[in-house]
Design a protein around this ligand. Structure first.
Ligand SMILES: Cc1ncc(COP(=O)(O)O)c(C=O)c1O
Length: 409
């Protein structure tokens, strides 16, 4: 056994915003024997997961599944629809938007990275009017794609993708819309077709409640057309061969069989009509977010997201008071209470920590995480205005979940 796996006093509290805790039901599904990926049983599994994941993305069009982390799916999205030197408009919402921008530059694209100055943009969602203004100025239509992050995992801010779509349409601009919903999918509302997204990128280790290791590109017909002319080099990531083989439930290479067992189980759990389906999943995460924020506000600490209209239902970023190293607080909570919280990334390193409220959790696991935070903050010498634990308890007790817990997905 790895020492990392040795938690003598019960389960480790994995409260980072992904990888999220994996439900036992999914772990059991993944423990089935690995089968022949060219055999008859596999085709049925492939067709099942491809149908299930379309329902999660709310799309009728192909969804590509890669045996890769989300970063691979980012690269796949760019190299399937763009050509060397293409201009791409990217929006800075945080660390992950910045990493995607860096990747686009490494791939030989000309990126323009817009956003609010300094760390201000890391506290608010995408400002769609800035995108509209930039696209209107691009009268020659040199910009080939607009890239935004739906749920910025580094900050806990969820952007309004419908507003971005409207901005592109208002500018009458033909650019493709590429959206990273790696940490939004299956936790925050997301509608690939209805929202007019051309490529949505996602990953397994967040709302889908799976371990890391598979990732996705959901496509639009316009994206598929663009992929036929795009010239960036691609082989492993190329959509065409995958789409062709997926028609019978197979892949051109060895797929991640046991993660696909897990994905089939995850789709059953998330989509089950008797558990309320996706609307219940979204409502559950919204409620958890509200409960956690009630706690943070009662501590008297600032939430990284400065605009309540775009609070993330997936995670909450907590800013520590001036002079308090957020990573030192996290270390105390990890060492003393066996609870992992997300670190501050990039521009906000040391200034904030992140509480994930996604995956296999419930009111009581979140209460435990908040208790760990409250004790850790006090041990770190932070003067709290009040008890966040008490405030969150009051919130959860007075706001019952839409479905009784025993029935929820
Ligand atoms: C919004 C977002 N984009 C991209 C990534 C990168 O994905 P991965 O680490 O799976 O490669 C992450 C990872 O946390 C993320 O949260």
């Amino acid at each position: 056994m790895l020492t990392l796996d040795f938690h003598p006093t019960g389960r480790h509290f994995l409260q980072i915003p992904g990888p999220s805790p994996v439900p036992d039901r999914i772990l059991r599904a993944m423990s089935l024997p690995t089968i022949d990926h060219r055999g008859p049983e596999f085709g049925a599994l492939g067709l099942r997961v491809l149908k299930g994941i379309q329902q999660i993305f709310q799309t009728k069009h192909p969804v590509i599944i890669y045996p890769a982390s989300g970063t691979g799916a980012w690269e796949a999205a760019l190299c399937n629809v763009l050509s060397p030197g293409d201009q791409v408009l990217m929006y800075e919402t945080g660390h992950f938007a910045s990493l995607w921008n860096k990747m686009a530059m490494r791939l030989g694209l000309k990126t323009e990275f817009i956003g609010l100055p300094g760390t201000e943009g890391w506290r608010r969602g995408v400002q769609a009017d800035m995108i509209e203004a930039r696209l209107k100025a691009d009268t020659q239509h040199a910009i080939k794609a607009v890239c935004v992050v739906h749920n910025e995992t580094s900050t806990g801010v969820t952007s309004n993708i419908v507003a971005v779509r409207k901005a592109i349409d208002a500018a009458k601009h033909p650019a493709l819309l590429l959206v990273d919903s790696i940490s939004g999918l299956a936790s925050a509302e997301y509608k690939h077709d209805e929202w007019g997204v051309d490529v949505t990128i996602s990953g397994s280790q967040k709302g889908l409640m799976l371990p890391p290791g598979i990732s996705f590109n959901a496509l639009s017909p316009k994206a598929i057309e663009a992929s036929k002319k795009a010239k960036l080099p691609k082989a492993f990531w190329a959509w065409d061969e995958i789409i062709e083989m997926n028609k019978t439930g197979y892949w051109p290479y060895t797929p991640n069989t046991n993660l696909l067992y897990g994905l089939a189980e995850a789709c059953d759990m998330l989509l089950a009509p008797e558990h309320g389906g996706l609307p219940a999943v979204f409502a559950r995460h919204e409620r958890w977010g509200e409960g956690v924020r009630a706690g943070v506000k009662a501590w008297g600490l600032e939430i990284q997201c400065a605009d309540p209209a775009v609070y993330s239902p997936v995670l909450t970023g907590v800013i520590t008071p001036e002079g308090v190293d957020a990573d030192a607080v996290r270390k105390i909570i990890y060492d003393r209470f066996d609870c992992s919280l997300g670190t501050g990334l990039g521009k906000v390193k040391g200034r904030m920590f992140r509480i994930g409220h996604l995956g296999d959790c419930n009111d009581l696991t979140l209460m435990a995480a908040l208790a760990g935070c409250e004790m850790g903050l006090k041990l770190a010498g932070v003067k709290l205005a009040g008890s966040g634990v008490q405030a969150a308890m009051e919130f959860f007790a007075s706001h019952p979940a839409r479905l009784p817990m025993q029935k929820a997905a």
